[in-house]
Write a protein that binds this ligand. Structure first.
Ligand code: MTE
Length: 328
């Protein structure tokens, strides 16, 4: 992903000097060990990065709480899932650093219990709700989905979650609810990467309401039958499998229903690179990454990327009549 300079510097204006100054600012901001990760002030991710990048001990699956019985889902793919180690040691979670291994190394500072979510905006029943109360009425489902990052790598992840549409219904969206905005926790003490201005924190993402209530869209609370490890977005994240991974915002603390399209972090950082819709589309390249093929983590060969990440039969109709080159 592009790493943004401080807000006043446009991506197109980046010069060596800006890079130099940003490095200085970065070092000044840093008294924490995380900030020793010099990579943060330079362009971050590289689709050619080695697969087995992690020298860090990944979170151990054994230490995580089991979520008990799960409903299976017809939406699950039969493709083999990536291992727990792949999924928990190769992450994008810039609140903990910009290298793929940083989230696993640095996210121990995130406190996920107690956790609550605020539901705001165009709903009849707004309010703050504790995570356990949010989850209580819903049966947990296993959803084995493909995850496709705009950096042209992919994984298969056995998520545990609940349909977002079922959750939203309980708060009674009004007829003004046309979009949904999601916000990640903002707390630089717990998320030390937020001291570095790579994005305008907190991380914000959004969906159109029909995308949000689509049965494929879930709030993820676990993987491999256990609660989410911190680096994967604990305790609750969005999972929208037909969109690039950056739409799947982690560690959500606020959900706001809106009449207008919300501003979203990556779109603000690089509007020509990251659209609001971000549907996986092999025909529309990112300026730095062809979207035609992808590298499945753990596999040596690249494979073709499918429109809507292989979920076209389920979701293409949501975009009928839209120019997907314009609304990328
Ligand atoms: N959510 C937050 N809050 N911060 C992030 O940096 N990265 C996004 C998305 N959600 C990100 C985030 C990106 S770019 C991707 S590809 C996915 O998380 C990666 O999810 P994973 O690390 O579980 O594979």
């Amino acid at each position: 992903m592009l790493i943004k300079r401080p807000a006043r510097i446009k991506p197109s204006e980046i010069t060596d000097e800006a890079l130099y100054r940003d490095r200085r600012r970065f070092l000044e901001l840093s008294s924490k060990s995380l900030l020793a990760l010099g990579a943060a002030a330079v362009v971050g991710c590289d689709s050619n990065e080695a697969v087995a990048v992690s020298q860090a001990p990944p979170a151990s699956a054994g230490a995580l709480r089991s979520l008990g019985a799960l409903k299976s889902s017809a939406f699950s793919t039969s493709e083999p899932s990536n291992s727990f180690d792949d999924i928990s040691s190769y992450n994008n979670f810039y609140e903990f650093g910009t290298r793929k291994t940083d989230p696993a190394n640095n996210s121990g500072s995130l406190r996920t219990d107690p956790w609550s979510i605020e539901i705001e905006g165009a709903v009849e029943k707004p309010g703050r709700i504790a995570l356990e109360d949010l989850m209580k009425p819903h049966a947990l489902e296993e959803r084995i989905y493909r995850l496709r990052c705009v950096e042209a790598w992919s994984m298969v992840v056995p998520w545990v979650g609940i349909p977002l549409g079922d959750v939203l219904k309980r708060f009674k969206p009004t007829s003004n609810a046309k979009y949904v905005e999601f916000t990640t926790l903002y707390d630089p003490e717990q998320m030390p990467g937020q001291d570095i201005p790579v994005l305008d924190w907190p991380y914000v993402e959004g969906l159109r309401i029909d995308e949000a209530v689509h049965p494929l869209t879930i709030l993820g609370v676990g993987l491999y039958g256990k609660v989410l490890p911190n680096q994967c977005g604990a305790p609750i994240r969005l999972v929208v499998p037909w969109k690039y991974g950056f739409k799947s915002i982690k560690s959500i603390v606020k959900i706001r229903l809106l009449e207008r399209e919300p501003k979203t972090s990556w779109n603000v950082a690089g509007p020509r690179e990251y659209g609001f819709y971000a549907n996986v589309n092999p025909d529309v390249d990112h300026p730095r990454w062809s979207q035609n093929r992808e590298r499945r983590i753990g596999s040596l060969l690249k494979q073709k990327t499918l429109p809507f990440n292989g979920y076209a039969d389920d979701v293409a109709s949501l975009y009928r009549g839209m120019d997907l080159r314009k609304f990328f």
